[in-house]
Design a protein around this ligand. Structure first.
Ligand code: GLU
Length: 425
């Protein structure tokens, strides 16, 4: 096994915390939020940073940076994924944790928000190295996590296997079997049916609701989907099933464009036999990830990562509807331009909330010790997503703001009211 080489940090990265704070401030102002409440909600409740020495396959020790940020535990135990990526910084984790607070509040599930991250490149690590790193992180966070305290889940670079290791390590440390400490687990370990598809399904449901408002007929609409991981590929597949023509998809190997439409099932099958990437996919022309965003399509689904749509490319976006599958794909410096162009944006904290919604169902099932059918999971998740969409849409009319600020207003209002009722020192 080759020596683990940490790639250079990603530069030129806008700060997602600034983007989060700008929208939070704008929404707080529109809502008329009291200044002391604003101050109470702007900073995370808890920030934990750890150094994790892990023995790599070559016998050498590599020290990884790890974080867990609890933004708020007002509505309930804090909830949010763990990200393994070289883009991880404390500010990124803080932004993602706050977005989890707003996301859970928008869909009305009884959770606060948190996020974790480890700066690493999982693609360059062996399964053994990933397992040791995950167990070291769990050990360091054993007093932060808990089924009634803080409940992690997968995010970029982590998956069901990662969650299984966390569940196992945490259970060993506490001396009890504790499946509810983490969601997004494999089915045999207490995972929920429908969890893998849940985020993409929520994206599809939000897109359908938005198309309804815009009087778009799904079978006359074309879409481009950026990112072909769990969220992007499943969003694309489910949108295709709704009659939408998916003309472009992309992953780290670049973009793939076919104006006649791409068979998504075929593309997914291709990646499973091609080390998980679209590299060499011949059923479409090669384009860049940037070109994908600027295609002449009705619907754009950025489902890769933060800051893909910025002040640099916003004026070239042609889509009429943007449905944010990723967290923070639009930098706040692009908001005004997109607004002026009349583009409807279904923001991340609404559009991708299907994942955490079914995480909630998984946690409920774990605590009940009774498991639901996939049909029940999907039906209940769809209902929550549709209701959340309508409440945000109504707020956008009431406050005369776009869907993003409306979603923040709905969320902040809920969290602030809860905080007021609970009181402080
Ligand atoms: N990482 C996902 C998100 O950003 C899921 C979080 C969860 O299920 O707790 O929404």
């Amino acid at each position: 096994m080759a020596r683990y080489k940490e790639p250079a940090p990603i530069k030129d990265h806008l700060n997602p915390l600034d983007s989060m704070m700008e929208r939070f401030s704008e929404a707080a102002q529109k809502l008329g939020l009291d200044e002391s409440m604003y101050n109470a909600l702007k900073s995370p409740e808890k920030t934990v940073a750890v150094s994790l020495p892990v023995t790599m396959d070559d016998g050498k020790i590599h020290v990884f940076e790890g974080y867990r940020v609890v933004h708020s535990a007002n509505l309930g135990p804090s909830k949010g994924g763990i990200r393994y990526s070289m883009s991880v910084t404390l500010d990124e984790v803080k932004a993602l944790a706050a977005w989890m607070t707003w996301k859970c509040a928008v869909v009305g599930i009884p959770y606060g928000g948190a996020k974790g991250g480890i700066k690493c490149e999982p693609r360059n690590m062996s399964a053994g190295e990933l397992e040791r790193l995950t167990r070291a992180y769990t050990c360091a966070m054993a007093d932060v996590f808990g089924p009634e305290k803080d409940i992690p889940a997968p995010d970029m670079g982590t998956n069901q296997q990662t969650m299984a290791w966390i569940m196992d390590e945490y259970s060993k440390i506490k001396g009890v079997s504790s499946p509810a400490v983490v969601t997004g687990k494999p089915l045999v370990l207490g995972g929920s049916l429908g969890r893998i598809e849940a985020t993409g399904r929520g994206v599809m449901v939000s897109a359908r609701s938005a198309m309804g408002k815009l009087k778009m007929n799904p079978s006359k609409v074309s879409a481009a989907v950026q990112g072909f991981g769990n969220v992007g590929s499943i969003s694309a597949k489910l949108l295709e099933q709704q009659g939408v023509k998916i003309v472009a998809i992309s992953d780290i190997s670049g973009g793939y464009y076919n104006p006649k439409g791409i068979d998504i099932e075929e593309a997914i099958n291709y990646t499973t036999t091609n080390k998980g990437t679209l590299e060499g996919f011949e059923k479409a022309d090669k384009i860049s990830n940037e070109e994908l965003l600027e295609l002449d399509v009705e619907v754009l689904v950025p489902a890769a990562m933060e800051d893909q749509i910025t002040v640099k490319n916003a004026d070239r976006i042609k889509a009429k509807l943007i449905v944010e599958g990723a967290n923070g794909p639009t930098a706040s410096n692009a908001d005004q331009i997109l607004n002026d162009k009349g583009i409807m944006i279904i923001p991340d904290i609404l559009a991708n909330a299907g994942g955490v919604t079914v995480s909630y169902f998984e946690w409920v099932q774990n605590r009940l010790g009774y498991f639901w059918t996939e049909e029940r999971v999907n039906r209940r998740a769809d209902r929550i997503m549709k209701q959340a969409f309508e409440s945000v849409y109504e707020a956008s009319i009431k406050y005369n703001v776009n869907m993003r600020i409306a979603a923040y207003i709905v969320a902040i209002d809920k969290v602030a009211k809860t905080m007021e009722l609970r009181g402080t020192f």
